[in-house]
Design a binder for this molecule. Structure first.
Ligand code: T4K
Length: 392
C-alpha cells in the first residue's frame, strides 16, 4: 500500500523540465536506422512500398481484423471511410471529440448533427442518436473516446433499424477489446490514428479497418487518387498514402507497443490508487470487460465539489511544470462555425458540455516513470486536498 511521502506534507517540488500529457513512443534509434537502410537500398519511398505492406499485414494480425488499409492520418481515414461508404446528407456524431471527427464530415460536404453523450461513458447516447435521426440521416459516427467503447450493440440495432451506416472513430482505441473481441470488428468501418500522440504511432498516419472487402477496395483506390492502373482512374480519390519512412517507424513501434501499454497501465494504477478519494476528482474508469488502450488517463474535476475548478487546476499544474490537457475543450458544437447548427444548442448536448468543462488528461506514457507519477499525485493532493479515506 502506498504511504504518503514527506513531500506531500509541504509544497511538493516542481519538475525541472516540462512534463507533457504524452511523449511519443520511439524505438531504439539503431533499430529504426537499420530499417531505413533497406529503404535506401531499394530507392522506394512511397506508393505501397514493401515496408508499408509489411506493416499492413503485421497490424492486421496484431489487431485480428480482416482488412486494414494504411493512410496518411486519422483525419484522412475518416474522410476516406465516409466516401467509401457513399455517405450523403446528415451524419449524427458526438461534439465531445477531436475537431477531426466533425471537420472531416464537413470536408466531405456532409452536415454534422450533434447528439449528446452518455453522462458517464462519454460516448454517444443511443437514445439521443435515435432522437436526432431524420429522413436525411445517412450515418452515425461514434467515437470510442479515451478508449471507452461506444455502446456497440445498441448502435448496431439502431443503424440496422434505420438503414444507416455506422462508422467508429477509434483514434483512442488501438488494441481495445470488448470481452476479447477487437473493438474494430464493430460497425461498417473503424478508423485509427497513428499520430505521434497516440499509443501506437507512425509520426503521422492512420488506418481504415473493415470486414467488408468492397469497402476496403474503395478505400484503397480513394487513398491513391483513385488510380486503378496506368490508364484507369476509377474514383475521385485524394493522396492519403503512408510513406515508407513512417511505415518503418510503425513496424519498429509495433514490436514495443504492448510493453508500452503495460508500462502505462502501471502508471494508471498509481494514479487510481493515489487519487482515489480526493474530493471533487473522479477518475474516468473503463468497464472491467474492456481491454484498455491506455492512450489517456482522464479525470473529471466536478464543478462545485472540488477545491479548484478544472481550469484553475489546469493553470496551477503548469506552475509545477505539468502540462495536462483539457481534451476536448472547447466542445466542437461551440466552435464559431458549428454553433449555429440547431443541434449545437447546449440544451441538446448538456452532458457533453458538462464533460468538456470537467475533463483533464494527466500525463501518461511509459517513460514517465513511477516516481514522476507519484510526484504528480503529490502535487494534485497539495492543490486539491488529501484523499478522504482511511490512512494506512
Ligand atoms: N479522432 C480523434 C478522436 C482524435 O483524437 C484525433 C486526433 C483524430 C481523430 C485525428 O487523427 P490525426 O488526423 O491527428 O491522425 C493532438 C494530435 O495532433 C491529434 O492527433 C489528436 N487527435 C489530439 C487529441 O491531440 P494536440 O493539439 O493536443 O497536439 P500537441 O502538439 O499539443 O501534442 C500534445 C503534447 O504531446 C505536447 O504538449 C507535447 C507532446 N508531443 C507532441 C508531439 C506532436 C511530443 O512530445 N512530441 C510530439 O512530436 O493534438
Amino acid at each position: 500500500m502506498w504511504t504518503r511521502s514527506a513531500a506531500s506534507q509541504t509544497t511538493p517540488r516542481a519538475f525541472d523540465h516540462p512534463i507533457y500529457v504524452t511523449r511519443p513512443l520511439l524505438p531504439d534509434f539503431r533499430t529504426y536506422t537499420e530499417a531505413l537502410s533497406g529503404i535506401w537500398e531499394r530507392h522506394w519511398l512511397t506508393n505501397k512500398g514493401r515496408v508499408h505492406d509489411a506493416l499492413e499485414q503485421a497490424l492486421r494480425e496484431h489487431l485480428r481484423v480482416s482488412h486494414l488499409s494504411l493512410v496518411s492520418s486519422g483525419t484522412a481515414a475518416l474522410m476516406l471511410a465516409y466516401r467509401a461508404l457513399g455517405i450523403a446528407g446528415e451524419v449524427i456524431t458526438t461534439p465531445l471529440t477531436s475537431p477531426a471527427t466533425v471537420n472531416s464530415v464537413t470536408w466531405c460536404g456532409l452536415t454534422p448533427v450533434f447528439a449528446d453523450v452518455d453522462p458517464e461513458r462519454l460516448t454517444l447516447d443511443p437514445a439521443a442518436v435515435e432522437r436526432a435521426i431524420t429522413p436525411r440521416t445517412s450515418a452515425i459516427v461514434g467515437v470510442h473516446l479515451y478508449g471507452m467503447p461506444c455502446q456497440v450493440d445498441s448502435l448496431r440495432t439502431l443503424a440496422e433499424r434505420h438503414r444507416l451506416r455506422l462508422i467508429y472513430d477509434g483514434a483512442h482505441a488501438f488494441g481495445t477489446q470488448i470481452d476479447g473481441e477487437p473493438v474494430s470488428k464493430f460497425g461498417d468501418a473503424t478508423i485509427l490514428s497513428f499520430h505521434a500522440t497516440k499509443v501506437f504511432n507512425t509520426a503521422e498516419g492512420g488506418a481504415v479497418i473493415t470486414e467488408d472487402a468492397e469497402i476496403k477496395r474503395r478505400v484503397e483506390l480513394l487513398r491513391t487518387l483513385g488510380i486503378q492502373d496506368e490508364v484507369t482512374v476509377a474514383l475521385p480519390g485524394i493522396n492519403a498514402r503512408m510513406n515508407e519512412l513512417e511505415a518503418a517507424l510503425g513496424l519498429a513501434n509495433l514490436d514495443i507497443v504492448e510493453r508500452e501499454r503495460l508500462a502505462r497501465a502501471e502508471i494508471a494504477d498509481i494514479y487510481l490508487t493515489r487519487l482515489d478519494g480526493i474530493e471533487g476528482l473522479r477518475p474516468f474508469k473503463l468497464p472491467a470487460r474492456v481491454r484498455n488502450s491506455h492512450n489517456y488517463f482522464v479525470v473529471r474535476i466536478v464543478e462545485g465539489a472540488s477545491r479548484l475548478s478544472r481550469d484553475d487546476l489546469y493553470e496551477r499544474l503548469k506552475s509545477f511544470n505539468v502540462f495536462a490537457r483539457r481534451y476536448f475543450y472547447p466542445l466542437c458544437s461551440n466552435f464559431s462555425f458549428y454553433r449555429d447548427l440547431p443541434s449545437s444548442s447546449p440544451v441538446n448536448v448538456p452532458a457533453a458540455n458538462r464533460a468538456a468543462n470537467e475533463v483533464l488528461c494527466l500525463p501518461l506514457y511509459g517513460g514517465l516513470g513511477h516516481d514522476a507519477a507519484h510526484q504528480i499525485c503529490d502535487i494534485l493532493e497539495h492543490l486539491l486536498g488529501k484523499p478522504d479515506r482511511p490512512q494506512p
